[in-house]
Unconditional design. Structure first.
Length: 248
């Protein structure tokens, strides 16, 4: 296959699936890893796609570099968030030891809790207050308070989470991408999310439809590392992912 023909095929695959991995290109086109990487770099330089770690994505995907304040995010996608939160709460069983990440959808989960014999760890101050008011034993990690997301972040929080072994965990995310995984704009917050996810038996990302095909600055988990609870997915690239749970 001529170089120009191969590059055109890669562009067509990216446009069809919105994101591709290096391995996918190797399988589809019968090329080596080095060739795939070289072609992706060339197409990125030409402005035909966006090169990301492990592959590439269509230029339509959006990057975000900062968090909106909680007060801004609370009123967005309320119907979706409540459906997601209600289903997520139903997954919690007696004697679970649960990590609850900061976020507006994870906060709504608390409203739907029914099981009583559950212990929580959360890095969200507001979440901790609501859980405690409902009678749950709740632990907060130490660390730096981030006002924008009302979360405890940083090295101290990361270290304190490493001693726990969670049965289940629920995370918010700013972006979901097949190639870039789950991401958030702040490196300190990403460190906390990653530390908790690594110490959890069953991970769930609570994600309204606006978060798909979005990428933020810092990755905190691979796409395959968690089940995604959402209400709908319209992007074709996610159509056959078996770790996406659509709730109504």
């Amino acid at each position: 296959m001529l170089t120009e023909e191969r590059l055109q095929k890669i562009v067509e695959l990216v446009e069809k699936y919105k994101s591709v991995s290096t391995q996918m290109l190797m399988d589809e086109l019968g090329i080596s890893e080095s060739t795939a990487r070289r072609d992706l770099n060339m197409l990125d330089e030409q402005g035909n796609l966006i090169r990301v770690r492990g592959g590439a994505m269509i230029k339509e995907e959006q990057f975000s570099t900062k968090d909106d304040a909680v007060s801004v995010r609370k009123d967005k996608h309320q119907d979706e968030k409540r459906k997601i939160a209600r289903y997520a709460a139903s997954l919690i069983q007696p004697n679970d030891f649960v990590y609850l990440d900061a976020g507006t959808t994870t906060e709504l989960l608390i409203d739907y809790l029914k099981e009583e014999n559950v212990v929580f760890v959360t890095n969200a101050v507001t979440h901790a207050k609501k859980l405690s008011d409902k009678g749950y034993t709740t632990y907060l990690p130490g660390g730096e308070f981030k006002a924008t997301t009302e979360a405890i972040v940083g090295d101290e929080a990361t270290l304190s989470l490493q001693k726990y072994n969670f049965t289940k965990g629920f995370w918010g995310t700013n972006g979901v991408s097949l190639t870039a995984g789950f991401s958030t704009p702040d490196v300190k917050e990403a460190m906390v999310k990653r530390a908790a996810m690594l110490n959890c038996a069953r991970c769930y990302v609570l994600c309204d439809s606006s978060k798909f095909s979005q990428i933020s600055c810092v990755k905190f988990g691979d796409f395959a590392n968690a089940d995604i609870i959402t209400t709908k997915v319209t992007e074709e690239e996610f159509a056959h992912c078996d770790n996406i749970l659509e709730v109504r």
